[in-house]
Write a protein that binds this ligand. Structure first.
Ligand code: MN
Length: 233
């Protein structure tokens, strides 16, 4: 039931995102996905009770303890989502390129259920890029506000940085799993293996995904034919 909202918002078979299912309890994976949707943001996901609790961090995480970053809580995502790197088609929910910016394990400090309930979650991250202690603090809801707004804040520890130190988001801007840039992920969008699709379909998509030849632009008639073929169900 925890993934109902996630399923309702998406058209599987159109978006390459995984349908997913509620998984086994007990794991503590985390992932941060850089998502170039209408507005660029970073999705922080923490595994709890078989789903990924999720927040869209509008300006991304900061290693500077004084820099509080708005983190809007969004629907729980399936654990399978942690492996998703690719492009959500334009016009679909969250359309845009997704990069696995960081991943690893998180460790709650104290009871995470109680933390989520009271609106103050303390935890440690052990990722490829992010480490150390962090806080998620829920802000008071203003009248008429539908979503729950939290703040993501770095604790002052050995992994914290000063305001004049380099920005981790600029310093580390490649995928933690494939080493690709956002542009590289976007330009090979069709060449992604979609785990929620049959092998045959994936193979056909990869065959079609060969980089478009520059010649094609000069021959509009041919391009139209190719498009019509692709559009066939
Ligand atoms: Mn997102």
């Amino acid at each position: 039931m925890a993934l109902q909202t996630y399923w309702t918002k998406r058209r599987f078979g159109v978006t390459p995102e995984p349908r997913g299912k509620t998984g086994k309890r007990g794991g503590h994976a985390f992932v941060i996905q850089k998502h170039a949707a209408t507005r660029l943001h970073y999705d922080l996901r923490l595994e709890l009770d078989g789903v990924m609790k999720s927040w869209a961090v509008t300006r991304g995480p900061s290693l500077v303890p004084g820099e509080k970053r708005l983190a809007v809580q969004v629907e729980d995502h399936p654990i399978e989502y942690n492996k998703f790197e690719g492009t959500i088609p334009e016009g679909e929910y969250g359309g845009g390129t997704v990069m696995i910016w960081d991943r690893g394990a998180w460790e709650p400090e104290g009871d995470p259920h109680r933390g989520l309930q009271k609106g103050h979650l303390n935890f440690r991250l052990n990722g490829a890029k992010l480490h150390g202690s962090w806080h998620l603090v829920r802000m008071h809801k203003r009248p008429g506000e539908k979503r729950e707004n939290w703040l993501l804040i770095k604790s002052d520890d050995e992994f914290a940085r000063g305001a004049k130190d380099p920005d981790i988001l600029e310093e580390e801007n490649l995928s933690a799993t494939t080493g690709r840039s956002m542009d590289e992920i976007a330009s090979t969008k069709s060449a992604v293996w979609h785990s929620n699709r049959p092998v045959k379909e994936n193979a056909a998509r990869l065959a079609r995904a060969k980089p478009a030849k520059k010649k094609a632009a000069a021959k509009p008639a041919k391009a139209t034919t190719a498009k019509a073929k692709t559009a066939r169900p």
